[in-house]
Design a protein around this ligand. Structure first.
Ligand SMILES: Nc1ncnc2c1ncn2[C@@H]1O[C@H](COP(=O)(O)OP(=O)(O)O)[C@@H](O)[C@H]1O
Ligand SMILES: [Mg+2]
Length: 160
């Protein structure tokens, strides 16, 4: 099991981490995003969408639960991105109602899930975890930990 981390000092750096990380993603991948409210999970997703050239405005799906975006992968092929926020989900029944299971198994899409703790055992066997934690003295400092059972993540930290 490999684990790597990235230190972010502001939202631009978290966006950059998402954009760099996106390059490692393949169609079908699931990314579970852990972290408290305001940690920067949605900002990280914006960076991922930026990499895939998503033109829609990426916003938090806290109320809509699931947003769907279309981007283009490095081969110029259209790719679907699901951005799911389970914060307001309280039961497996609600997960079924939003079609979470079908979404997780959509092989042509990349799925990014905020509050994956709420998914119970409905996450697939293999997935990425990205954990954003508050750290240090400054209110904008974050540590982003990456984990995947088979892959390593090495991102470049650019601090200006
Ligand atoms: N290093 C940082 N990375 C990401 N967001 C940051 C950072 N420092 C401050 N922020 C602020 O924290 C908030 C993060 O919001 P958001 O991405 O919606 O969090 P979450 O989805 O985890 O609840 C934004 O208002 C952003 O400006
Ligand atoms: Mg969010």
């Amino acid at each position: 099991m490999e684990s790597d981390c990235y230190h972010s000092r502001n939202e631009i750096e978290t966006h950059s981490a998402g954009k760099q990380f996106a390059e490692l993603l393949d169609k079908g991948d699931v990314v579970a995003l852990f972290g408290d409210l305001g940690a920067g999970k949605t900002e990280f997703v914006k960076g991922v969408c930026d990499y895939f050239g998503v033109e829609d405005i990426v916003s938090s799906p806290t109320f809509t639960i699931m947003n769907q975006y279309f981007g283009t992968d490095s081969d110029g092929v259209e790719i679907t991105i699901y951005h799911v926020d389970l914060y307001r989900i309280n039961s497996i029944k609600e997960l079924e109602e939003i079609g979470f299971d079908e979404c997780m198994f959509s092989h042509n899409a990349i799925k990014l899930v905020e509050w994956p703790e709420k998914a119970g055992d409905m996450l697939p066997k293999v997935y990425w975890t990205v954990t954003i934690s508050f750290e240090g003295e400054g209110e904008n400092e974050r540590k982003i930990d990456f984990n995947h059972p088979e892959k390593t993540v090495k991102l470049v930290e650019i601090h200006d």
